[in-house]
Write a protein that binds this ligand. Structure first.
Ligand SMILES: [Zn+2]
Length: 204
């Protein structure tokens, strides 16, 4: 009980800098580790069909590999956010490596004319020095409240665990661009949410 109160108090104090749940009635759908040369385009088509905006937490190296995909995501009106340059855990990085990641972030902002002000640490790994550096670089850290487990589970398992009657408002859902099964189940999932009156947004 006391532990939960302290934990909730810590989240409240940190909320201007770090979020684990969205505000309001919407849920927020996020895709990590892209852009992917094939899957991201399919995801964009499904999102357009459902008039749904999401956040793509992209890794810098993949953004450099597939700039045309990044531009398509931006043109479709989605939010592009930063998921590190190399996707290395912050806990394994030296200060110099972390500084390089932030330097690459600025380069990518100029290249694509966007503001990468939202940051999701690879693997959700965060340490105190990284936290301070991110805040001083004006990054808001975005974690997630619900992992789709698309790295592990089957389409049917994911659809069942994320069904409209199981999720709460304000949920931040974590998916990945890498998996074909994620693109396959997305249409079905968004139809389920639409029928249940659940709206998706990107306001955090
Ligand atoms: Zn990742």
């Amino acid at each position: 009980m006391v532990k939960t109160i302290i934990k909730n108090l810590a989240y409240f104090i940190l909320s201007p800098f770090m979020v684990r749940r969205g505000r309001g009635d919407n849920i927020c759908i996020t895709f990590d580790d892209g852009p992917h040369p094939d899957n991201t385009a399919r995801i964009l088509e499904i999102l357009a069909k459902h008039h749904t905006r999401v956040i793509f937490f992209m890794t810098g190296m993949e953004m450099e590999k597939y700039p045309h995909v990044v531009r398509n995501v931006i043109a479709a009106g989605h939010k592009v956010a930063y998921h590190g340059y190399t996707h290395q855990s912050m806990r394994k990085q030296t200060h110099a490596e972390f500084r390089h990641e932030m330097h690459k972030r600025r380069e990518l902002e100029h290249q694509f004319n966007i503001c990468l002000n939202l940051y999701r640490p690879p693997f959700g790994d965060l340490n105190l020095s990284g936290f301070i550096a991110l805040v001083s670089n004006r990054c808001k850290i975005v974690m997630w409240s619900l992992d789709s487990r698309d790295s592990y589970d089957t389409e049917q398992q994911i659809l069942k665990s994320l069904a409209a009657n199981k999720i709460r408002r304000g949920e931040i859902l974590l998916f990945h661009d890498d998996y074909t099964k994620t693109t396959n189940l997305l249409d079905c999932l968004l139809t389920d949410y639409k029928n249940a009156g659940i709206k998706c947004g990107v306001n955090l």
